[in-house]
Design a protein around this ligand. Sequence first.
Ligand code: FAD
Length: 323
Amino acid sequence: MSQTYMIVAEVRGGKLRQVSLETLHAAALAKGEGDRITAVLIGHQLAEFAQELSGYGVDQVVTADHAGLAHYNPDTYFAALSEMIDAVQPCAVFFGHTSTGRDLAPQVAALLGAGQISDVIALEKDSSGLVFTRPLYAGKAFEKKRFTQGPFVVTIRPNNISAAAAVPGSQAEIVQTAYVPAADLRSVVKDVVHKASGKVDLTEAKIVVSGGRGVKSQDGFKPLEQLAEVLNAAVGASRGACDAGYCDYALQIGQTGKVVTPEIYIACGISGAIQHLAGMSQSRIIIAINKDPDAPIFQVADYGIVGDLFEVVPLLTEEFKKA
Ligand code: FAD
């Protein structure tokens, strides 16, 4: 019998999040012959995004579109999603491992009485079904898990599973629910003020240029920002740099910050403490710039430059400008 896999897509900064397309691809890999995929979107003014999502080979797009859903609120989003789940009766719900996904997924798992596997970086099928891989101990080990019964809930870590490709000519049915947020909400989000001004989303960036205490001041981040601009990269930071007040905590990468898995991670003036590695060691290529040749970051780096970041970073920026 045909089953429905649900993916919860997100819109951010006026576009569909890359991780949502990766999550969609994960669901497509998981589903069996004849199974359906329903993509859901919750927010406001979603028509254009629903249309876009419908071109990625899904069977159905369901939206909850209301001014009261313009900002994420766990109460309203969960209520809207619960109605969608009730209508669709999915066998599995896939989220991006984003702050929204991490907040909603356990609530949905509880609602469905389902098992949950979080922070999935790969999935494969064997003779007994689906096997999900997730990192443990700050990426030092990997765990393979499977569900023994359905339904199930997973969250997909950004930048690990390739994004679904648009399917030319595909046009799924788009359904808008009649969901309206309740008038007596416990809390209402009035506005969201973005502190980090980076143009590229840190958790989804293909390249991250990251600064540590070695940048020495707020102004010390300028050469890193210039390099990031040329590479269309996001700027990140160690906790050392955040604690010293050189940058906002929104940039912090590591155990108590964000987890990033870009194609290229450029660590500038970062020593490579275990808590920092927890947030970036899964990056495909790590380039370290540090004036101390014994800095631990060189043990995880694919390429190392021993030198003063204030000399090396501007040189790199000039060279990349020429490319
Ligand atoms: P430092 O360790 O001081 O290193 C600075 C580096 O810059 C040095 O290697 C130095 O050689 C180099 N340098 C200096 N000047 C230059 C220059 N001109 N050119 C090139 N190199 C230069 N840390 C995180 O990053 N993320 C976390 O999420 C996190 N969570 C934590 C959670 C807990 C519970 C604890 C206890 C700690 C946590 N930490 C975290 C802190 C972590 O242990 C380190 O203290 C921190 O990562 C150090 O930051 P840093 O590498 O920028 O600074």
